[in-house]
Design a protein around this ligand. Structure first.
Ligand code: HEC
Length: 456
């Protein structure tokens, strides 16, 4: 993971690097075009963000063959099997009379090869060859059904403390903060939700996720209206570590192609692309003045690169310091900004190391005042969560009641309670001072196997 802290770093390198892959020479259009292999990935990466049930541009939905065949606002069918020339989709992605294609809206046009694939798929009958087992339809009218609690990867409280948000399969679930009631299900395109972040004013919620090996997605939801405002697809793999800039105008996230990116929250426009990392970027953080300075910060734990490879997490705190955790279980605090001249291989930004946790650290979170932090780990399938005093290094408490590996921790905005979640699908609320287990709840509605809702 990399510490991405830095938009600072980031902005210095705002290199515009749109979709490099599109320049590669394409393979020839196959004799038989496959929807699942050739067409669906194009629709997922370039179209579905704006053409899905939760957000249907032009009243046109592209998430199933049945919907693709329908008409949108223009009253022309999007896809007419066997007739690419009569299909509105083809018209929209092909430029006409020297004009650039209308779709994908405000994005680079599809390549001639991609347009040829889609046209030929339509000419060959627009068949959906996705295996039935993979053709599960999930949207607000067909919510995910759980027969077992899923692994939870993210939990957050809203800034006013009125909601807790938990990652599910294809959705984020909003609960009353103590889990006593499920108040909303924000169901989107991404199968996996890797991270959740409320905007500083609490009005919006950013979600980073995707479908592994197919597309990554950032969703931005209007929390009060429970409505999807934006869905931005990026890369061909899941996205991680979404975080808002302190002024709420930008969202940074990490990618499995080793890049760190940031977008404008209002438009989704990419404002940062930073490719200097040498592994997946699993988390991001903004400094307090993220957008004013442009200095690169290098943070390198002295235990070597392996500690950074998987599962590390970072967070800013009010002091512009970052906490990092990784496979060696040791939380480390770093200054975000270099104060001494850099000597190759030095570790001068390190402020402190803490007592190691058992196993691998997956999650850390500062208390709102930055004085304490919570950390969650897993060792041989067993989880542990603790609170430490950031300034002295003292362990404040170890949480009661942890079972499976802990992958997410979050302080309640009043700093008194910490939520943790992970492998066993249970959200636990512990007293941040004593570690006492106050409450636990399963992070999704679970239907027992064989019940009517489990069968549909
Ligand atoms: C950034 C959002 C966005 C993306 C990405 C996008 N569209 Fe659209 N699309 C829209 C909106 C909004 C409309 C409504 C007309 C308009 O505003 O231009 C629309 C309209 C359409 C229509 C006409 C629907 C009708 O009947 O009026 C088609 C067909 C279409 N898009 C296909 C595509 C395809 C194919 C892709 C991917 C290659 C794509 N769109 C990507 C936003 C988007």
């Amino acid at each position: 993971m990399l510490l991405l802290r830095s938009l600072r770093a980031a902005l210095a390198l705002v290199v515009l690097c749109p979709a490099l892959s599109r320049a590669e020479a394409p393979a020839p259009v196959p004799d038989k075009v496959s929807y699942a292999r050739d067409v669906l990935p194009l629709f997922q990466q370039h179209c579905m963000g704006c053409h899905q049930p939760a957000k249907a541009g032009g009243s046109y939905i592209m998430t199933s063959r049945e919907e693709l065949l329908k008409k949108g606002d223009s009253d022309e069918p999007g896809v007419v099997p066997g007739k690419p020339d009569a299909s509105h989709v083809v018209a929209q992605i092909s430029g006409k009379d020297g004009k650039p294609p209308a779709m994908p809206k405000n994005k680079p046009s599809l390549t001639a090869h991609e347009v040829a694939l889609i046209s030929k798929w339509i000419a060959q009958g627009a068949v959906d060859d996705t295996p039935a087992s993979a053709r599960v339809r999930i949207d607000a009218d067909h919510p995910p059904v759980y027969t077992l609690p899923p692994v939870l990867t993210a939990v957050r409280f809203s800034p006013d403390g009125s909601l807790s948000a938990v990652s599910g399969y294809h959705e984020v679930l909003l609960f009353k903060p103590d889990g006593s009631a499920l108040v909303a299900r924000l169901i989107g395109l991404s199968e996996r939700v890797q991270s959740i972040a409320f905007s500083p004013d609490g009005k919006s919620l950013a979600v980073a996720g995707g479908s592994p090996g197919r597309f990554g997605e950032i969703q931005i939801w209007d929390v009060a209206k429970r409505r999807l405002k934006l869905s931005i697809t990026a890369t061909g793999d899941t996205l991680y570590g979404a975080n808002w800039s302190p002024d709420g105008t930008k969202i940074a996230f990490g990618c499995a192609d080793n890049t760190l990116r940031a977008i404008e929250a209002s438009s989704g426009k990419q404002v940062l692309f930073q490719g200097a990392h040498n592994d997946w970027v699993l988390d991001t953080a903004f400094s307090r003045e993220a957008l004013k300075e442009r200095k690169k910060v290098v943070v390198k734990p002295d235990s070597g690169q392996t500690a950074l490879e998987v599962g590390d997490v970072t967070r800013e705190r009010v002091y512009d310091e970052l906490l990092i955790g990784g496979s060696d279980g040791t939380p480390r605090l770093y200054k975000m900004h270099r104060e001494k001249k850099r000597i190759i291989g030095d570790d001068a930004n390190k402020v402190r190391e803490y007592e190691p946790m058992p196993g691998r650290l997956w999650a850390v979170a500062f208390s709102p005042d930055g004085e304490r932090f919570a950390a969650g780990s897993s060792a041989d399938g067993k989880g542990e969560a603790r609170v430490y005093q950031a300034g002295t290094g003292q362990r404040v408490c170890t949480f009661e009641g942890q079972k499976g590996g802990v992958y997410a921790v979050a302080f309640r905005p009043d700093g008194k309670v910490v939520a943790s979640a992970g492998f066993d699908g249970v959200v636990r609320l512990n007293d941040a001072q004593t570690g006492k287990l106050l409450k636990e709840f399963v992070g999704v509605p679970v239907a027992p196997p064989g019940s009517s809702s489990a069968k549909k």
